[in-house]
Design a protein around this ligand. Structure first.
Ligand code: NAP
Length: 416
């Protein structure tokens, strides 16, 4: 292997994707058992590698040189073979600095709580110190020297200015979990979550709702890869961080469609998915598939509240997808949890068709007559508007609506 990533489990890694956007070298993913890792490190048969769990500390004894930041942190994620000498660096450190600076988060003199005590928590502590934090508090599930527990953290909640999450809580597939309740920190002004899948974790979304600065870890992931590639090639690639981040962000995002029954979510959604090469899902179709019966049957046998639970489960599982167009049922907006879940990986688009163009059909239990349809419209219209990142007034033909939707979404992505 010339360039690549070594680790124990690499199934969900984005690294190959990122490096292929950066340079034209071959970048391989190489899963190694502990024994294989030792043989690999001893062989020195590579030009440059990234190192991930569980080998970031274990690689250190095999190195000839270690950079000051990697030595301070006690972990190495990048190794360059310089004419047979192995030099180790920690580009996660620079990646996290870049993420915090990109989001204009100030840590100078601030009290920073770091959640988790694993490898990345050491990087986060080094970064917080580098950026001038006044006090750094490490938080663990287990009571130990130098750390406090989550209960103790809530006890001093009023003194915390910023939280950096370095636990895997909230990561795919458990995207509904949240490591702390940010609402319990009255002085909180920033949240940094190093998790990048989903793009926005439950913690980030809750912090955003509080009106404070919050960011997920994708930019850090891209930046650390760019800095690693610079070490591999011995040249500056700094300007590529934003471009590669934008490309990657767009390629992972979903487009979620909300709106009334018969507004055209499925028809427009399928056309958009086809044009962009995305997968297409419809939450109602998913329910029908799992239940093996029609929506009307579910409503008539088990009632609306049972259906809404199925809908929430279906939307939670679709929300974990990436690179998909997701059409939701007309009533999905009635439960805010559905919108929160969709937002983790999606831009939310309201397909806004005027009431007079909507059609009532017998197979739609809550809008089977024009009167019922009008009532539903009046109940929901404000919710659709409130939850939408984009409102798409539809009229004209499918092709025109598709093109307008794609250009509106692209504009929205540019601002992320
Ligand atoms: P790690 O060494 O396994 O440490 C994670 C720590 O989180 C553990 O030491 C543990 O601390 C805590 N933790 C684990 N499971 C938990 C649970 N169920 N509930 C609460 N706390 C839990 O992992 P890591 O290498 O530091 O990576 C952590 C996360 O950072 C991963 O999600 C990884 O993908 C992400 N990461 C992102 C980037 C990026 O570029 N964006 C870079 C590196 C890592 P306690 O036992 O003390 O509670």
């Amino acid at each position: 292997m010339k360039y690549g990533l070594i680790g124990e489990k690499l199934g969900h890694s984005f690294s190959k994707d990122i490096h292929s956007k950066l340079c034209d070298y071959e970048y391989e993913l190489c899963e190694l058992s502990c024994e294989e890792f030792k043989e690999f490190a001893k062989s020195r048969n590579f030009s440059g590698i990234n190192v991930t769990i569980p080998y970031k500390q274990k690689i250190i004894p095999f190195l000839d040189e270690i950079s000051p930041e990697a030595e301070r942190i006690g972990a190495v994620n990048t190794v360059v073979n310089k004419n047979g000498r192995l030099c180790g660096y920690n580009t996660d450190f620079y990646g996290l600095c870049a993420l915090i600076q990109k989001n204009d988060i100030q840590l100078l003199g601030k009290t920073v709580a770091i959640l988790g005590t694993g490898g990345t928590s050491l990087t986060a502590a080094a970064v917080a110190q580098h950026l001038g934090a006044g006090r750094i508090i490490k938080v663990s599930r287990t009571k130990a020297e130098g750390v406090i527990t989550y209960d103790e953290l809530y006890g001093i909640g009023d003194s915390i200015d910023a939280i950096i999450n370095t636990t895997p809580v909230g990561m795919f597939p458990n995207i509904e979990s949240c490591p702390v309740e940010p609402e319990r920190f009255s002085r909180l002004s920033a949240v940094v979550d190093v998790i990048y899948n989903p793009l926005r974790t439950q913690l980030v979304l809750r912090a955003e709702k509080m009106g404070i600065k919050a960011c997920g870890g994708l930019y850090m992931l891209v930046a650390q890869a760019v800095f690693a590639a610079e070490y591999f090639l011995g040249e500056s690639l700094d300007t590529k961080i934003d471009r590669v981040y934008e490309e990657l962000y767009c390629s992972k995002q979903n487009i979620a469609l909300i709106g009334m029954p018969s507004s055209g979510k499925s028809t427009i959604g399928k056309a958009v998915a086809k044009e962009l090469g995305f997968d297409f899902f419809d939450s109602d179709d998913e329910i029908v598939k799992t239940e093996s019966r029609s929506i009307s049957e579910i409503f008539s046998v088990d009632g609306e509240s049972f259906f809404r639970k199925l809908e929430t489960n279906a939307i939670a599982s679709l929300s974990a997808k990436q690179h998909a167009v997701i059409a939701t049922g007309g009533g999905a907006v009635l439960n805010e949890t559905n919108i929160d879940n969709l937002r983790k990986n999606s831009v939310v688009v309201f397909i806004d068709r005027p009431l007079e163009q909507l059609i009532s059909t017998a197979d739609r239990p809550l809008s089977s007559t024009k009167e019922m349809l009008t009532q539903r419209y009046n109940e929901r219209i404000e919710l659709y508007r409130k939850y939408a990142d984009i409102v798409l007034n539809v009229g004209g033909d499918v092709s025109e609506n598709k093109s307008r939707l794609i250009s509106a979404v692209r504009k929205e992505w540019e601002h992320k």
